[in-house]
Design a protein around this ligand. Structure first.
Ligand code: URA
Length: 246
């Protein structure tokens, strides 16, 4: 819900002050009813707003991907004053929301949009858009442990769905290894908890793929708009509601 004059201004009707004048003059209707009270709250996704009988243009839908650095919060504001993802979207005037979330310490591909339907579709638990992470862990997990992750492992909130897992890099001298893991769910701290469950703590975590969209080529802290084709592929992928087989 937003204040009517703000929505009118965001839709490009006029400046905020002019929009207030329009409201006071009786030119604005919400769901067929004249509204002259300043500060009336409306929902632009549901309510029909007209000015002099003409519906206002709804906000342009935008879809971006950000290479989120670690140490950044996936939310619009942080009461503790830490960096938030919107700090990395210069020039984006639309109010965009993250599609799912990445932990404060996780870096990588984060989608943001002002299209609520799109965000719901991609985050709904019955949809299975694959997400790939590079998890750098302490030590080198034995193949049999990775197979456990692949089959599904018991976490405190239940069994995980089958995942794809493969070694990406092994650094014997640092006693660490990087595993590429693709999951189809989005539970809280899921990848970290999966590796913890096999006794290998995650040291670094980076999401490199969301459905068909890949992070490669986008520098850390930068964003770009998704292409039409990427948006279509994500919608198609999320619309397949059947269970995934590995
Ligand atoms: N899994 C995690 O553990 N953390 C993330 O940020 C994303 C997936």
């Amino acid at each position: 819900m937003e204040r009517l004059q703000k929505i009118l201004a965001q839709a490009g009707v006029a400046s905020r002050r002019k929009c207030e004048e329009l409201i006071l003059s009786g030119a604005v209707e919400v769901n067929g009813e004249q509204v002259t009270a300043m500060g009336t709250k409306v929902n632009p996704n549901v309510d029909v707003i007209t000015v002099n009988g003409r519906p206002i243009r709804s906000e342009k839908k935008i879809y971006v991907m950000l290479h989120k650095p670690k140490g950044v919060i996936t939310s619009a504001k942080d009461p503790q004053g830490r960096k938030v993802v919107s700090d990395f979207l210069p020039g984006i005037k639309e109010r965009v929301y993250p599609v799912g979330r990445l932990d404060y310490d996780t870096e990588g591909l984060l989608l943001l949009t002002n299209d609520g339907e799109f965000a719901n579709l991609l985050t709904h638990p019955s949809h299975h858009v694959p997400k790939t992470y590079y998890a750098t862990v302490k030590g080198v997990p034995h193949g049999s442990l990775l197979e456990k992750l692949q089959r599904g492992i018991e976490l405190e909130d239940g069994m995980t769905a089958p995942a794809s897992v493969e070694y990406q890099d092994v650094k014997m001298e640092n006693n660490e290894s990087t595993i590429a893991i693709t999951i189809h769910e989005g539970r809280n701290r899921q990848v970290r908890r999966m590796f913890e469950a096999i006794g290998h703590k995650v040291i670094r975590l980076k999401r490199v793929r969301f459905g068909e969209v890949i992070l490669e080529g986008l520098p850390r802290g930068k964003f770009r708009h998704l292409t039409e084709s990427e948006i279509k592929k994500l919608v198609n992928e999320a619309s397949k509601t059947h269970k995934v087989h590995n």
